[in-house]
Write a protein that binds this ligand. Sequence first.
Ligand code: AMP
Length: 401
Amino acid sequence: MKVLVINAGSSSLKYQLLDMENEAVMANGIVERIGETVGKLTHKAFPDTDNEKKVVKEEEIKDHKIGMHMVLDLITGSEAGVISDPKEIDAIGHRVVQGGEAFTSACVVDGPVKVAIADNNPLAPLHNPANLMGIEVAEELFPGTPNVAVFDTEFHSTMPKEAFLYALPYDYYKELRIRRYGFHGTSHKYVSRKVAECMGKKADEINVITVHLGNGCSMAAVEKGKCQDTSMGMTPLAGVMMGTRSGDIDPAIVAYIAENKGMSATEVDSVLNKQSGLKGVCGLNDMRDIHSAVENGDEMAKLALDMFAYDVKKYIGAYTAVLGSIDAIVFTAGIGENDDITRALICENLSGLGIDMDFDKNNGRKGEPTAVHTDASKVQVWVIPTNEELQIAQEAVELLK
Ligand code: AMP
């Protein structure tokens, strides 16, 4: 079975074509700057394991449909094609950010599903409309091919009420659907299952804390395969500090900034999303730049790094308490997979919780699942590359079986 995975953003479209017989990536790429004067399409094809073909096109890409058409031409073309007919694609898996309470699992897209996705637009105004557009473009370009929606929130739908409710007037939950939904669900699901496999266990036999640290950062407490709590909230602004997002702050700060800086609520929201986090503290949001700055004696970069590690450590403590005991911690995503310094800072002095990192094993970037704990550690510590596209494709295959 061949599955095309699509992640449509407001001005971009990421894609990956997988052969699910062997879970091999046949092609992937990104269409960027859709709607701008000069758009860009970067396409990579992998006709066989030792062969990679890359095509870059820079031209106006008026809308997502035109972008997807260009992708289809490349996938089926002679220059960097991997299939000869679009009909060879058996299913299209779509990342949809906000499933709300309507979606607790992946589903095949039909009319009512699209209405329900649109109903969640107010909860994810930047993402859901774009995700839906991706679905509609796929329906047009691949008539008859099933579309499957996989939701970022679905893995977190098992959270109990005491974990997902905010201590606000209860009516706000009913009327405005204000609650914790959590995000990065496909990643948390993928690595929590993968770590069980690596440990020779079933997912429902172990308790895991999953630590997704990328541009956006989130953590999840996973009890016997089910999400019990997660750090992102009603929106992806909550939880641990991120590249440009504040993470958790005292909510009274919002009104205080608005009053003292003469800003609207929307403007403060923008500061919290785009000018805060690592960038807010030290002016840099990429961890690689922060490490270079620290090496050059930049004290604010060191402070930002220490704050980041402290935040993640604090959540590890909280989630250990939530789960009662833990069998493993998994680091994943850009920082989690590649940044040994940050992983080490997070795991320093955690032996009281039974977590003993082997700092030698931890050294270096990890391109494959790697155990980084000492033999004596009660809790296993793993670095596992995430693979959200594969998780989406697996769910599509599962659903269409
Ligand atoms: P992601 O959103 O998962 O693609 O992660 C992106 C982030 O990963 C970047 O902003 C970097 O901060 C971080 N990152 C990627 N590679 C490295 C690396 N080698 N060392 C430290 N951080 C890295």
